[in-house]
Design a protein around this ligand. Structure first.
Ligand SMILES: [Zn+2]
Length: 574
């Protein structure tokens, strides 16, 4: 490709109001164009990189025994009502109304349609197991699109679905997909870690994310350096300190005038916060739920949603609390009834707590669970924080890092097949729901993450396997015929050797050409210049190295092959 023919003008300066490195560099190198909020056009360089990512994904999916198919983008909304996900996705769901007045969903994901197709095409245990996938565009009306390709409203995604007759079969396919994902990230030059994750609106049981640790990431990842435990903070477990003692005191009332917060309470009574009980009120529909946790810990709302079984909960306002007849500032589950109580496991890891008295200016002390109050549900609803102890190795401390999610796998189980009625007949003829898993990778997100992980102050440093071109060829003094003919000869020889060349044939200054090469980030730069021509050499330099190598121009192809090979290009080409 000649740069004179390439659509896209590089920009010298950072675009205003753009924070993420990948977003800046993709705009500056003319890879993407913002059409609207969270909507981008891919220019030729981005498209070339995305096609390579796509091909790597396709090869690894096929190698894992998965078949490619293509599902529709427009889907009847009734299909989404069947699984309740038109409601679960809420305003994130793009819909449109056709000429007959029927509502169509513009698909944000494809579990429903795939399950319906499976229902019509799978009848016996002999038809299973199977894995299918597609690489396709999806649409989600993100409330806050941001970060260039990181969070967008229209995006390309590889989504795969496994179909099995049992949990064991699902687990085997789940592991197969995890292995394929690891291979994909490795070939793309990405250092991804696998972390436990919440399954959110997709539903289902086990779930893992693949994450790049990066300060620019939106996700918080909890990591144990001791055993390697890693989880999204939404899901992370930790080992709570046990403060309980053998001897209990009797429940007593204590006067606490105008003391309405945990901070005021611990100061007033001179007790540590782990000796207090914190009660928060949440609304799920019209129901007020009391959520109780030890005072030194915080509620993890994602875990709480999973326990309640609804994504649609919110903290109650003062008005909500008063309307339910409760005394804000002094609430506890002690001595009141009519409300569902959800308690964190920490309540059984302490004794003689102080808790709200449910009347003005009064608390209870020597509160003990379950003697003094009952919980309808006792569960893990606490938020992991820096320095908490690891669930596996209690001496190790957890640390919290930022991460970019670049893949997500879910064990769906039978939730979709039950709702849609996708069954198979087992050996005795009994109909059973098909056991499913689903597996997603966003392509644009992966490209952006690769640039976050592989760039410097000058620009992008593409990993070889996903670089739009492997070589950036620069000719200086192009007006001299001996220069242009040598540059063209090198372009041809490299192309014949299967190496893709981006040739800067513009009449531009040396500085502009070198800066653009650093900005665009192809793995190897080749410079043909009059000065070097006198010595019968050309200069080659890898983008990720400072070393400039001079080689005889007859040996340029071999020298470049060596540089690419050192960067795993041939090994990874598959
Ligand atoms: Zn550990």
């Amino acid at each position: 490709m000649r740069i004179s023919k390439l659509l896209g003008k590089t920009q010298r300066d950072d675009p205003a109001g753009v924070e993420l490195i990948s977003h800046k560099l993709m705009l500056r190198s003319a890879m993407i164009y913002q059409v609207g909020s969270g909507i981008y056009g891919y220019l030729p360089l981005a498209w070339a990189a995305l096609r390579k990512i796509e091909e790597i994904i396709r090869q690894e999916m096929n190698a894992a025994g998965s078949q490619e198919l293509r599902l529709s983008i427009l889907q009847p909304k009734e299909l989404w009502d069947t699984t309740g996900r038109s409601e679960a996705f809420g305003e994130d769901l793009f819909t449109l109304i056709d000429r007959k007045g029927r509502t169509l969903v513009v698909a944000p994901t494809h579990e429903e349609e795939l399950t319906e197709i499976v229902k019509a095409n799978v009848s016996s245990y002999r038809d299973l197991p199977k894995i299918v996938y597609q690489i396709h565009t999806k649409f989600r009306d993100e409330p806050r699109p941001r970060g260039g390709l990181m969070r967008v409203r229209e995006f390309d995604m590889k989504d795969a679905y496994s179909l099995d007759i049992s949990e064991e079969g699902l687990h085997a396919n789940y592991q197969k997909m995890i292995a394929a994902y690891k291979a994909i990230y490795k070939r793309c030059g990405l250092n991804a870690i696998q972390v436990e994750a919440d399954s959110g609106a997709i539903g289902g049981k086990d779930s893992h994310e693949f994450v790049l640790i990066a300060d620019s990431g939106e996700d918080s990842i909890v990591i144990c350096q001791g055993c390697g435990y890693a989880a999204n903070i939404e899901k992370a477990k930790f080992n709570r300190v046990d403060y309980s003692q053998d001897n209990y005191g009797d429940l007593v009332e204590v006067k606490t005038p105008k003391v309405t917060s945990i901070n005021e309470l611990t100061a007033f009574l001179d007790v540590p916060d782990h000796k207090t009980v914190k009660t928060l009120c949440y609304l799920s529909g019209d129901d007020l739920i009391l959520v109780v946790i030890r005072g030194d810990l915080q509620i993890n709302e994602v875990k709480l949603k999973a326990v309640i079984g609804s994504q649609d909960i919110k903290l109650a306002t003062s008005n909500d609390i008063e309307n339910h007849g409760l005394n804000k500032g002094y609430i506890s589950p002690i001595g009141i009834s009519g409300f569902k109580v959800i308690a964190d496991e920490s309540l059984s890891l302490g004794t003689d707590f102080v808790a709200g008295g449910n009347t003005d200016d009064m608390h209870f002390s020597n509160v003990n669970y379950p003697r003094d109050f009952k919980a309808d549900v006792m569960a893990d609803i606490a938020l992991a924080t820096d320095g908490q102890r690891c669930i596996n190795c209690p001496d190790a401390e957890l640390s919290i890092r930022r991460g970019i999610e670049i893949g997500h796998v879910f064990k769906l189980g039978d939730s979709f097949s039950k709702d849609i009625g996708a069954t198979y007949a087992d050996e005795s003829g009994e109909l059973k729901p098909i056991i499913m898993g689903c597996y997603g990778i966003g392509l644009g997100r992966l490209l952006a993450a690769a640039i976050e992980q592989h760039s410097d102050e000058l620009g992008i440093k593409f990993p070889v396997a996903i670089a739009p071109y492997q070589v950036h060829l620069i000719a200086i003094n192009l007006e001299k015929p001996e220069i242009s003919s040598l540059a063209e000869k090198i372009e041809e020889e490299l192309t014949d050797a299967g190496i893709e060349v981006l040739y800067d044939d513009r009449i531009e200054s040396v500085g502009v050409k070198l800066n653009d090469a650093d900005l665009m980030g192809m793995p190897v730069r080749v410079v043909v210049s009059l000065r070097n021509l006198k010595e019968n050499v050309i200069e080659i330099k890898a983008r990720d190295s400072q070393e400039v190598i001079k080689v005889h121009y007859d040996l340029v192809v071999e020298a470049i092959k060596t540089l690419l090979d050192e960067r795993d290009f041939y090994k990874l080409k598959a």
